[in-house]
Design a protein around this ligand. Sequence first.
Ligand code: ASP
Length: 317
Amino acid sequence: MSGVVVVHGGAGVMRSLAGEQELAYREGLRAAAAAGRDALAQGADALEAAVVAVRSMEDSGVFNAGLGSCLDQDARYSLDASLMRGHDRAAGGVGAVTATYRAIDLCRSILDEGRHVLLVGPGADRRAQALGLPPLPDPPADKLATHAELQTKAQRVEDLGSVGRPDDDGAGDVGSDTVGAVVLDELGRCAAANSTGGLWLKLPGRVGDSALVGAGLFACDELGGAACTTGIGERMIRALTAKLACDALAQGASAQEAAEHAIADLERRFGPDSGGVIVVDGQGGVGAALNTRGMGRAVARVGDDAIPVAVWPDEGW
Ligand code: ASP
C-alpha cells in the first residue's frame, strides 16, 4: 500500500478568499500535503507525516492556525490543537495556548510522554516554554484591524459561534482556515492532526473541538481510518463528528461515505453552515464533505506528483 496524506484548510463562508489570498491559500494546502507525502516517502510513519503537514500550515501564516491564528474577544491569541495515532489510540491535545505558534509540536510531546492526553492554559504554556518552542509574536496591525472590524459586525451576527452566512455579506466570517491532516502510511497505520486559533472573538478560555479527541479528530486502525473536522467547534463537540465518521468506516462505509454520513448528522442536528470533515480509510481511500460554502482540501499520494486542491463543494480533487 502506498501512503496518502489529506489536509484541510478550514470550512466556512471563505468570504476573504479572493485573488492573491486564494492563490496563497491553495498553495499552502498543496505545500502541506506535499510536505506530509515527502515525509512518508522518506520513511516517516503516519503520525509524523500528520505533524509535518500541520506544522507546514502553522508556519505559513496563511491559515487560522499557528502564525496566522485569529484573535479572541480580548484581541489575544489562544490556540487549540490535537494529534492521534491510530494503532494504539495514543493522543495529545492542547487548549487555550498562548506561548507558542507550534501547537502541534506541543501535542506531539504530550502524546510521546503518554502521561496525559490534554493540557490547557498556563500548564500547556509552561510546557511550550520548557520545550523551547518558538513564541507567538504580537498580533500585527492588519489582524488588530480585522478584530476591530469584526467586533463592529458582531453586533449584526445573532450567534457569535456562526462561521458566517453566505446570504449575509455584512456578517463577520468568524470561522474557517483552521487546519488538519489525516494520513495513512504504507504499513496501513493512520493518524490525524488538527491546529487552530479557534473562532474570531471567542471568549477568553474557550476551547473548541480542535483540541478534543472524538470531536475534532479521531484515528483508529481497528475502526478502519482517521477523520478530522473543521467548523463550529461547539457543534462538533456535541455531535462527536470525528468519531462518528470513524464508526461509519467500521461499519463498512468508504471514506467518502463516512465523511458524508458525519456531515449529514451535523446538518440534521444543527442545520447548514456547521462545518466539514476529511477522512482517510485503511485502504487509502479518501473523503471530504462539508455543509459550509467552502472548505480547502488537498490530497497527496506517495509516488504521485499530482496534488489536487479544492475549495468549493463541487470542485473535483
Ligand atoms: N473548529 C474550530 C473551532 O471551533 C474552528 C474552525 O474549524 O474553523 O475552534
